[in-house]
Design a protein around this ligand. Structure first.
Ligand code: C2E
Ligand code: CA
Ligand code: CA
Length: 572
């Protein structure tokens, strides 16, 4: 930049016919076609502003010229921010930063600002030119993304990520003070039943009522967070003994029993709670969470509506769970699995953009078991490794077949769980399968949820290596805010799949629309593809298109189907 300054200085000197000021203004005019430009004198008094400046600041030229920049100071930055700036430019250096300013009507705007001093013969600045670009929109989406990353949108409570952070901090505090804490893991009994019978809106309403009641019944010093769909976490502070936590838990349960009117029906809620104590049961946040969760599963087994305090050796497996584990173990070898395929479509052309392979388990006695049920068990038991390997091999074989029969080309996406990615041999497994099946790598895509991108050891490198093979990587269920959401810029991925929870009510809910808009915008700026999942209605397609989203997947186009049916679908 020093060089740039020198260049402009030379320019001024070369141009003998005009005053330096005139030349400067000409340059400013040229710049001003796209930038917000101002020239100030040595003392910071404004001597020139261009039209864009008056437009964004909403002051007239007359109001601005002669004033100093305090007129647009928003008070957002601390005084040291501008002191630093003045120190830099006062010494003749260039300064660049993102500044929040205030317009005449009191609204704020953000500008990417560069200030270049012009130096006299003695090397001292005699005036400054500032060049600004409006970045309000991207700042706004950044803020929204950050909010998304740390707050649950429905209840406005801290989400799992930020709750975990707070738990860390609280434990550190308690350790310092030698204080005790209780972690209460709370689950709304039978919320799924409400969702299924009255719809998701009713379920959402109940969740917001529960969060309000929790806030009301607990004094502010305690911390409440929403951990997942129907689960909340509470950190109880100022606890002396287990009985204190039990008493508060009973109060919560009692208060939440008050009936709620949902769609003209009176619903009575019951809650199950699991309690674990710091430091008695665990000293580490993750362990404390796990123990409270274990206690919760015991409370659940007892039929719900009650609470349990963690006890050593608590059996956490339900009978259903044990059965499933055993069956899963057998089935991995018995070929009871198959893949269904769901198309991904380009909104504009209406053409096939790719396809997602989804695993299905058809048990001879138990019937169809949904992946949402058995994948978590497979992950916990590590059976996901052989199962996932089978899925990838099957999908690659199928992709090769389609390639050979002249379908496409289109990409076949395979879901991979974070646990699978943690396997030390995963890369070799992938390479072997690619070799064996002979499929072209750019026809394969891997879908990973956000948790796989979390800064667990070596994950980023592995994802990098997968991409280096020519395989595309997408971030599944994006926006559910469980992990590295705000670091989207740094993620090793090609595509984000906007979670269906934002798509489901996009035609009804402005928040969802704003969130999707922010995701699309941010993805565009960092060069990621975007696809929306769970598209069911034409209305949703129209809105998504308007928001700049180009691809979608969902029942609107087709449910997942067998490979044969998918061929018919393509033949249409
Ligand atoms: P996912 O990856 O988010 O997959 C999309 C799920 O949404 C599928 O459920 C699909 O049937 C469903 N879906 C698609 N379009 C719509 C729609 O318009 N509306 C609604 N309400 N739902 C829609 P599915 O097949 O039950 O799979 C559930 C989850 O199981 C998947 O979620 C994925 O996380 C996991 N999964 C499935 N197959 C595999 C696999 O091979 N490996 C691993 N690790 N996980 C898998
Ligand atoms: Ca997926
Ligand atoms: Ca998904």
């Amino acid at each position: 930049m020093q060089e740039d300054t020198k260049m402009i200085d030379d320019l001024i000197r070369l141009d003998s016919g005009h005053s330096p000021e005139k030349v400067l203004k000409d340059i400013a005019y040229a710049l001003g076609q796209s930038a917000i430009v101002a020239i100030t004198d040595r003392t910071g008094k404004i001597v020139y502003v261009n039209k864009l400046f008056t437009k964004i600041a909403q002051y007239s030229m007359d109001e601005l010229v002669g004033a100093d920049h305090r007129i647009i100071n928003s008070g957002y930055h601390p005084p040291s921010f501008f002191k630093d700036m003045w120190r830099t430019i006062g010494r003749g250096g260039k300064w660049r930063g993102e500044v929040c300013n205030k317009a005449k009507d009191g609204t704020y705007y953000w500008v990417d600002t560069t200030i270049v001093p012009f130096l006299n013969e003695k090397g001292r600045p005699y005036q400054y030119i500032s060049i600004r670009y409006d970045i309000t929109a991207s700042k706004e989406s950044e803020r929204m993304i950050r909010d998304l990353a740390y707050n649950d949108q429905l209840t406005k409570l801290p989400n799992r990520t930020s709750f975990r952070k707070v738990l860390h901090e609280e434990i550190a505090q308690a350790e310092k003070k030698g204080a005790k804490l209780a972690f209460v893991y709370l689950n709304i009994d039978r919320l799924r039943y409400v969702n299924d019978s009255l719809g998701h809106e009713a379920g959402d309403y109940i969740l917001s009522v529960v969060s309000k009641r929790l806030k009301r019944v607990l004094s502010e010093k305690h911390v409440i967070g929403r951990l997942s769909g129907d689960e909340f976490g509470i950190i109880l502070k100022g606890i002396r003994k287990a009985e204190d936590a039990e008493r508060l838990t009973q109060e919560i349960q009692q208060f939440l029993k008050e009936p709620i009117a949902v769609m003209g029906q009176s619903q009575t809620l019951s809650l199950s709670c699991g309690i674990a104590l710091y430091p008695e049961h665990a000293k580490k946040p993750s362990e404390l969470t796990m123990k409270a969760e274990k206690a919760l599963s015991v409370a659940k087994e007892h039929g719900g509506g009650g609470y349990e305090v963690y006890q050593h050796g608590t059996a956490s497996k339900t009978l259903e769970r044990i059965l499933m584990e055993n069956e899963l173990r057998k089935s991995v070898h018995l070929g009871e699995f198959h893949l269904d395929y769901q198309p991904k479509m380009n909104f504009k052309t209406g053409k096939l953009a790719g396809v997602e392979a989804l695993v299905r388990w058809n048990h001879p006695d138990l019937g169809r078991i949904p992946p949402d049920k058995f994948i978590p068990v497979a992950e916990e038991t590590k059976l996901i490794a052989p199962l996932g390997e089978w899925v990838l091999r099957e999908a690659c074989t199928q992709a090769r077949k389609w390639q050979d029969s002249g379908y496409g080309p289109f990409r076949v996406a395979v879901n991979m769980s974070a646990i699978q990615l943690e396997e030390p041999t995963i890369l070799d497994t992938i390479k072997n399968i690619l070799d064996e099946t002979g499929v072209t790598t750019d026809l394969i895509e891997i879908e990973l949820t956000e948790s796989a991108f979390a800064d667990r050891e070596g994950m980023q490198e592995k994802i990098c290596e997968i991409r280096a093979l020519g395989i595309m990587v997408s971030i599944d269920d994006f926006g559910t805010g469980y992990s590295t959401f705000s670091y989207i810029k740094e993620l090793q991925a090609d595509t984000v799949k906007i979670d269906m929870s934002f798509v489901r009510d996009i035609h009804l809910n402005e928040d969802s629309r704003a969130i999707v808009k922010a995701i699309v915008m941010l993805a565009d700026t960092v060069g990621l593809n975007v696809i929306a999942e769970g598209v069911e209605y034409e209305e949703q397609v129209e809105i998504l298109k308007e928001l700049g989203c180009r691809e979608g997947q969902g029942y609107y186009y087709s449910k997942p189907m067998s490979s044969n049916d998918f061929e018919k679908f393509m033949g249409k």
